[in-house]
Each structure stands twice: as structure tokens, then as C-alpha cells.
Design a protein around this ligand. Structure first.
Ligand code: HEC
Length: 244
């Protein structure tokens, strides 16, 4: 009895071994499946980015955005990249951010990252690139007749040898920088520093402006009509970080 049982176990065990490892076609079978599990993983249902496709213009999948559409979070800037645009921004555009220690500190930090290399940490036009004669014509802020609006405008569009910072900075960041440049300019001119707004003022400012002030490049301060003008087509893309 015991022997029969033993034989049976042996037979059973060898059967298992053969069926697991003895399949000499195992490798071939892998590359030549008759059944594919989850075929979507191998053959994408969606289009690949640059794939050909005769239903698309120019036979490529990657198409330009529909005319008139904008990136998420993008908002038009109303002042054109022209002398008139500059003059209007300089006269009209106001900094929507309250002049607080926090905003000024952020502005300083960003300024030192983006601007000081040319303008110098003091704004006197003596940055590293100027000292090493890599760039000419960087002015001291004291020698320019500038306003917060014009500062914002040149950051947005650039001016002559200075490039645009519209893609590196958000609307809020540019206004923070404008506060710092304004503070530097006062300092260079020997004027008194502005007083920081009180918490009370800050709250009042916020309730007057609503939450959109910063998102609208400050234009909300000139009333609702300011939005109607559409200069959108003149403005280049913003990074998607803009929409706070
Ligand atoms: C690559 C060097 C360089 C960098 C970096 C740079 N600027 Fe300038 N900036 C210039 C030059 C050059 C001018 C003079 C342009 C002109 O009027 O011909 C200028 C002019 C200005 C002016 C005066 C414009 C006017 O209305 O007269 C302001 C304000 C200004 N820059 C702010 C900034 C700020 C803020 C940053 C950082 C976000 C910055 N710049 C970064 C080179 C630079």
C-alpha cells in the first residue's frame, strides 16, 4: 500500500516538473502570442504627438491651437509693445499689491535673481555683466524717469537690450519686483523710503480690489471698461503658472 502511494507521488511530481519547465516552446510563445492582454498598452488608442494622420492638416497630428484661444491662466496685457503703450502704462498702470514687508522682500529676492546681474543689487546699473563689460547701456534707475507702471511694462515686454521677463515671472512676481525697484530708486535719489501699509490699509485695499486685482496686471484699478480692449493677439504666451 505504502509503495503504491510512493509511486503515485513520484509520478505526480514528475508530471508537475515536465509541465512547468519542460515546455521547449516557452520562449517562442512569449514573442508570438496569440492572445494579447491589455492591447491598449502596446497599441495606443490615442494619437501619438507627432504621428502622421491624414485627417489632420499637413498630415501631422500636432496642430497649432485654434486661433483666439489662450493658455489656461493666461490673461491679456492691455498695453502694446510700442511707445504709446509704454507711455500709457507709465501713466496709468498702478501696482495692485500692497506695499508690505513681505511683498518687498519677495521683490528683492526675485530682483536679485533676475535683474541684479545687470542693474546691480542697488539699482545703480553696476551689475556683474556691466562691470565685466559684457553689456552696455544699463542705466541707474535714478537717471530714468520711471513709474511702477513703466517698470512693469519693461519687465513684460523688454526694452532694447533688456529682454522680456514675462515667461519667467508671474504677474504677482513682477509687481513685487516693481515695489523693490521703486524702493531702490528712492534710495538712489536720496528720497525717504515709503511707509509700509498697515494691516488695516491692506484689508481695505483688498476689499476694494477684489481677488482679481493681481491677475489683471493691475488694470482693474481703472474700472471695468479697461478689460474690453482686446490686445490679446500682440501678447506672447505666458507660462501656465500665471493663474494663481
Ligand atoms: C541683460 C541685462 C539686463 C537685465 C538682466 C535686466 N535689465 Fe533692465 N535694462 C537693461 C538695459 C540695457 C536697459 C536700458 C534699456 C534702454 O532704455 O535702452 C534696462 C532698462 C531698465 C529699466 C528702465 C527702463 C525705462 O523705462 O527707462 C528698468 C525699470 C529696468 N531695466 C528694470 C529691470 C528689471 C526689473 C529687471 C529684472 C526683472 C531687469 N531690468 C533686468 C538691461 C537689463
Amino acid at each position: 500500500m505504502n509503495r503504491y502511494f510512493q509511486t503515485f507521488i513520484y509520478a505526480f511530481a514528475s508530471l508537475m516538473i515536465i509541465s512547468c519547465g519542460g515546455d521547449s516552446n516557452a520562449v517562442d510563445a512569449k514573442s508570438d502570442r496569440s492572445v494579447q492582454y491589455f492591447p491598449n498598452m502596446y497599441e495606443s488608442v490615442g494619437y501619438e504627438t507627432y504621428q502622421e494622420g491624414d485627417i489632420f492638416d499637413g498630415n501631422v497630428e500636432a496642430q497649432l491651437p485654434v486661433e483666439g484661444t489662450v493658455n489656461r491662466g493666461w490673461l491679456p496685457y492691455e498695453y502694446a509693445n510700442s511707445n504709446e503703450g509704454y507711455a500709457s502704462a507709465k501713466a496709468e498702470l498702478k501696482n495692485p499689491l500692497p506695499y508690505t514687508e513681505e511683498n518687498l522682500a519677495s521683490g528683492q529676492e526675485l530682483y536679485n535673481i533676475y535683474c541684479a546681474i545687470c542693474h546691480g543689487t542697488k539699482g545703480d546699473g553696476q551689475g556683474h555683466l556691466v562691470k565685466n563689460e559684457k553689456i552696455l547701456g544699463v542705466p541707474s534707475y535714478a537717471d530714468r524717469d520711471i513709474s511702477q507702471g513703466s517698470i512693469y511694462h519693461v519687465m513684460y515686454w523688454g526694452i532694447n537690450y533688456m529682454g522680456s521677463y514675462a515667461s519667467q515671472t508671474s504677474i504677482e512676481e513682477r509687481w513685487q519686483i516693481a515695489h523693490h525697484v521703486d524702493a531702490l530708486t528712492r534710495d538712489l535719489k536720496g528720497q525717504d523710503a515709503k511707509d509700509f501699509v498697515s494691516v488695516q490699509d491692506e484689508l481695505e485695499m483688498e476689499s476694494q480690489l477684489g481677488n482679481h486685482a493681481v491677475d489683471d496686471h493691475g488694470v482693474e484699478m481703472h474700472g471695468e471698461d479697461a478689460h474690453e480692449d482686446d490686445h490679446g493677439s500682440q501678447v506672447e504666451n505666458h507660462s501656465s503658472t500665471e493663474g494663481e
